[in-house]
Design a protein around this ligand. Structure first.
Ligand code: F6R
Length: 255
């Protein structure tokens, strides 16, 4: 079981340290289901990577025991690699299809992923941002955090008011994600299209999850370090409704 959410003494964020990743994922899944029961047309912001997978699995389990029609809900992915074939298994389009759209019963037409294979990437990024605004914004944004503190693919140095745009991936991000490309960093794209930090901060509520000791320093910097462009996740302290769900290892560097 998780501990109750506590207001962190140094930030406005609610921090919840769960017994393990599965317990934290259950808390996030419950938040999502509560929203979707109240608002069947809600817009979810969805992350990819290892961290949110247990959340999506917990949601699928809940939906089996307690069915809920998600076909009117919307989802907006955080990011996509530039230049990747959207049908490749590593594309975030494929990951979102496999982990979110199909198992949870979203209508594919209501699930948006940035178009990293567009011939006009800048126009595609602006259109993505406009698409989020047009439906009235994201209700609940799910986030992971990179070892370097990135959210989405907003690497250190990203302005806290940045919009959806094309970015260069940090070498450490490409190294971390090589595990999805058979360990071959040369196959990891060098650029991505990502919701900006400003885009993320427009979501009405945000839940960031982090698991494992490898994330402990990034979590501590985000929550207790300076609010600065060098620390993308520190921007979350500018938002009024953020919950941080951690396992014990990811919380281990907090004061
Ligand atoms: C994924 C994303 C990234 C990841 C972060 C952590 O859509 O935007 O910010 O959340 O790189 O990745 P994992 O969870 O694989 O450790």
């Amino acid at each position: 079981m998780s501990s109750p959410s506590l207001a962190h003494p140094l930030t406005s964020l609610r921090v919840c340290v769960a017994a393990d990743a599965e317990a934290a994922a259950e808390v996030a899944a419950t938040r999502i289901l509560t929203l979707l029961r109240e608002k069947p047309t809600a817009a979810l912001g969805v992350a990819t990577g290892s961290t949110p997978s247990p959340v999506y699995r917990a949601l699928a389990r809940s939906l089996q025991s307690e069915p809920l029609d998600l076909s009117r809900a919307r989802a907006f992915a955080l990011d996509e690699y530039v230049g990747i074939d959207p049908r490749a298994p590593q594309s975030y389009r494929s990951v979102i299809d496999a982990e979110v759209t199909e198992p949870l019963g979203f209508d594919r037409r209501l699930v948006a992923v940035p178009d990293g294979s567009s011939a006009d990437l800048d126009a595609a990024a602006s259109a993505y941002e406009a698409g989020i605004d047009a439906i009235g914004g994201v209700d609940l944004q799910i986030l992971g955090i990179g070892h370097n503190g990135h959210i989405g693919f907003n690497e250190p140095g990203s302005p806290h008011d940045s919009p959806t745009r094309v970015v260069d991936l940090a070498e450490e991000t490409r190294e971390a994600n090589a595990r999805f490309f058979d360990g071959d960093i040369d196959r990891v794209p060098r650029q991505a299209m990502t919701q900006g930090i400003g885009t993320i901060l427009k979501a009405r509520s945000i839940v960031l999850l982090a698991f494992g000791s490898g994330k402990a320093e990034a979590v501590a910097r985000a929550l207790e370090g300076p609010i600065a462009e060098a620390s993308p996740a520190s921007a979350l302290r500018r938002h009024a409704d953020v919950t941080i769900l951690l396992d014990k290892a990811a919380a281990s560097s907090l004061s």
